[in-house]
Design a protein around this ligand. Structure first.
Ligand SMILES: [Mg+2]
Length: 375
């Protein structure tokens, strides 16, 4: 398979979906239209944003060795995560996705060997499943042979939001309440478990059970449960929650949790010129983080701190952190996702954590880069 053949395959698969959706409903409810007037195949794509909307753009690198490891992450997960990161940025601003563009550099062996081609197929299966779930068409991109033995992907996501209404990081006010969606620390806990298994058994990336793939296609409840049980491999960007926050004018500011609560909260506070106080007892900690044991120490007594550390600093959960006026009633769930109040914004610039005994300590940004171990 050469580069051109790969492009042709992508074009026929993604293009066909758009046409099929258009044919089935009389108008394109999914796939290429109505947001994409012209997709893959010409020099540029032509997008058609809804009337009265502004365009939002976000880009994300997915680099082997930095954002994933081929021996830890199944190929479906790599495709899913590449798209999830950009979708989560759109979610943080309350935007709707219009189109995605993918530039992909693949090692030569991936185009020339059967195993390599299978990896590429599985990468696109994962990407495609998440794209279909959120009805975002692949409207263009580029492919090249990687100059090294690494997979490099660059995703550009285009979204739209009603003019002047997109949620921002910079508009929170002192006195606002702070909320998070879902649960924290699961992605880092699952990654630690994958690492632990891999170093113990020296095995390669696990295959995805066939039932999951069927689940993607049918998007059944049990299949989506299976996916949410894997917050590292298949994080779920909170697009519907972000859109609800915007539509109902609930939030004063928002950010997505890509680097970890401690780091992303610091971003929101800096941009808004506020401080924050959060309570460790209030944090919704993911069950996988609760189960986590430090692989080195393996003392049960370390477990509560380990869970809190993962929730504060783990990163890659792709939940939303948002602020709302203290008088605004925030529902317990939005778009089916649990919402938890974790603290408040205060005057000044200090960010502090209140522990369960009522002691207050400064909260340092502690997100870390997973594959370099750098803080
Ligand atoms: Mg972000």
């Amino acid at each position: 398979m050469g580069e051109l053949e790969l492009i042709e395959r992508i074009r026929s698969e993604w293009g066909a979906a758009g046409r099929a959706a258009a044919g089935a409903t009389g108008r394109a409810s999914h796939g290429l239209a109505p947001s994409v007037a012209l997709g893959i195949g010409d020099d540029c794509a032509i997008l058609r944003p809804p009337r009265g909307h502004e365009i939002l753009v976000t880009t994300d690198f997915t680099l082997e060795g930095r954002h994933f490891r081929r021996d830890w992450h199944p190929a479906e997960s790599v495709g899913h995560r590449a798209l999830a990161r950009g979708l989560s940025d759109l979610a943080a601003m309350g935007a709707r996705p219009l189109a995605v563009f993918l530039s992909l550099a693949l090692p030569g062996e991936m185009l020339s060997t059967r195993a390599g081609r299978l990896w590429v197929d599985r990468f696109f299966t994962g990407l495609r499943a998440l794209a279909d779930l959120h009805r975002v068409p692949l409207a263009g991109g580029d492919t090249a042979e990687s100059p090294c033995d690494l997979v490099l992907a660059d995703i550009v996501l285009i979204g739209s939001a009603p003019a002047g209404r997109a949620l921002r990081r910079s508009t929170a006010r002192p006195g606002d309440a702070l909320y998070v969606t879902g649960a924290l620390g699961g992605a880092a806990a699952e990654l630690a478990a994958i690492e632990h298994r891999a170093t113990k058994r020296q095995m390669g990336a696990p295959s995805i059970p066939r039932s999951w793939r069927n689940g993607w296609e049918t998007s059944s409840k049990s299949a989506s449960d299976q996916l949410t049980a894997h917050p590292q491999l298949f994080p779920q960007p909170r697009l519907a929650v972000g859109q609800e926050l915007l539509r109902r004018r609930l939030a004063t500011a928002a950010i997505d949790l890509s680097d970890g609560l401690s780091t992303d909260l610091a971003h929101l506070c800096r941009e808004s010129g506020v401080g924050a106080q959060i309570s460790s007892a209030a944090l919704p900690i993911h069950p996988l983080a609760m189960q986590a044991r430090d692989a080195q120490a393996n003392h049960a007594a370390d477990a509560p701190n380990r869970a809190l550390e993962l929730a504060l600093n783990g990163g890659e959960d792709y939940e939303l952190l948002f602020s709302a006026p203290p008088t605004t009633q925030i529902p317990r769930t939005l778009a089916g996702v649990r919402i938890t109040r974790i603290g408040s914004l205060v005057r000044g610039s200090s960010i502090s954590l209140l522990d369960s005994a009522g002691r207050r300590s400064p909260l340092q940004p502690g997100g870390w880069e997973h594959f370099t171990g750098k803080h």
